[in-house]
Design a protein around this ligand. Structure first.
Ligand code: GLA
Length: 371
């Protein structure tokens, strides 16, 4: 059985239903096996901690986060540490989505654009229903949007039943995301974990190595919206095709690096094939491999999704996290598997409109190793 304890209470600022009681008490769930321990909370179906060993068997927590629910909500500094972000992760240009000729308007919360749906109402800010099982290495969270309660649709159509299942499989943490909808709708979920393979409180990740299985990335305009171009990484600071230190080119004189204040860009993971529309569970592909050469802790990220946003924590400096540690800029790197940002503006991008006949399904795995 999964170990369950209190994660403290928090005050929902804009609950999606008037029947939501205040304050809410969030729970902390601990999944474990001999290879790893994972802590999760129902607030945002989020990853709170992942303990994995180095080459000598010493365990460290390798994801950034906070010690209690009240620090996660509201997400005052906009970190989205560990959270399930949705129904629309990343940016939507003009904060509007057109579906079958109708226009849906999300909050313009970053200039005229939308980022991560809504800071106090998005899926990361909701308390999901936890389903625990007999085994100690598996849990599933569920949350439904737009089930007839006014305001609970987050401005997008359809009653949408979301689930996120977490399971341990040796040194692999597998996440399976599903959404059933009653009407055609836009869905782009991600898990927004930030990694520091030397340990979450160990400072800059500049010396940690990253390899991305991506020949192309999405250049952004000065509002961080992808222009629609899929640009070759060859000869640029975005070339991670062979492993390189995250910090090596992060200060390069490059317009794209300047626009992101470092890396804050989506990479087009090689080999994406659109799903066949039958709702079969898609096969994950190897998207990234990261290694901390000092400790030997490494991780591969496998996902069925087309894009991977690399965000090098360019603005997290000063955030006080777990154990009272103050994170510095570049104190962690987020790898966010997702559909491409600004997909509604670019018909050539992989399609993120889902229907009753084409439910949303995605699989992402963090496979840890030592080297
Ligand atoms: C994504 C965005 C970043 C930032 C983080 C959260 O990675 O692209 O700009 O918003 O989420 O802080």
């Amino acid at each position: 059985m999964v170990d369950t304890s209190s994660f403290g209470s928090y005050e929902p600022i804009m609950p999606l239903s008037s029947s939501v009681q205040k304050p809410q008490e969030a729970l902390l769930f601990t999944l474990s096996n001999p290879a790893m321990t994972v802590r999760l909370t129902d607030l945002g179906a989020a990853i709170v901690g992942i303990d994995v060993p180095d080459r000598d068997g010493a365990f460290e927590d390798v994801v950034l986060g906070f010690d209690d629910a009240a620090s996660y909500y509201p997400d005052g500094q906009g970190t989205y540490f560990g959270a399930t972000v949705g129904p629309s992760a990343n940016r939507i240009e003009g904060a509007t989505v057109s579906i079958d000729g109708a226009v849906y308007r999300l909050p313009a919360n970053e200039g005229s654009n939308n980022l991560h749906t809504d800071r106090v109402r998005g899926l990361h800010a909701q308390r999901w229903q936890a389903e625990v099982y007999e085994s100690a290495d598996r849990i599933r969270f569920a949350y439904t949007l737009g089930a007839g309660v006014p305001g609970s649709d987050l401005e997008l159509p359809g009653e949408r039943a979301f689930t996120v299942a977490y399971e341990l499989d040796g040194a692999c943490l597998r996440m399976t995301f599903d959404a059933q909808t009653t009407a055609a709708t836009f869905i782009n979920l991600t898990n927004h974990s930030y990694f520091n393979l030397a340990g979450q409180a160990s400072g800059s990740v500049a010396d940690q190595e990253l390899q991305l299985f991506a020949e192309r990335f999405l250049p952004i305009d000065d509002a961080s919206i992808p222009t629609g171009e899929l640009r070759s990484v060859a000869g640029t600071a975005f070339d991670f095709r062979t492993p390189k230190a995250i910090g090596r080119d992060i200060e390069a004189k490059d317009e794209q690096i300047a626009r992101g204040s470092g890396y804050d860009h989506c990479f087009c993971i090689d080999g994406y094939e659109p799903d066949d529309g039958t709702g079969q569970l898609p096969e994950p592909r190897l998207a990234a491999r990261a290694l901390d050469p000092a400790s030997g802790r490494g991780m591969e990220l496998w996902t069925s999704l087309p894009g991977l946003q690399l965000y090098t924590g360019n603005f997290i400096g000063g955030v006080v996290g777990k154990g009272g540690h103050t994170y510095e800029n570049r104190g962690g790197f987020a790898l966010e598997p997702q559909f491409y940002p600004a997909t509604p503006s670019h018909p050539a991008f992989p399609n993120a409109i889902f229907t009753p006949e084409r439910p949303y399904r995605a699989v992402t795995e963090y496979r840890f190793f030592t080297a």
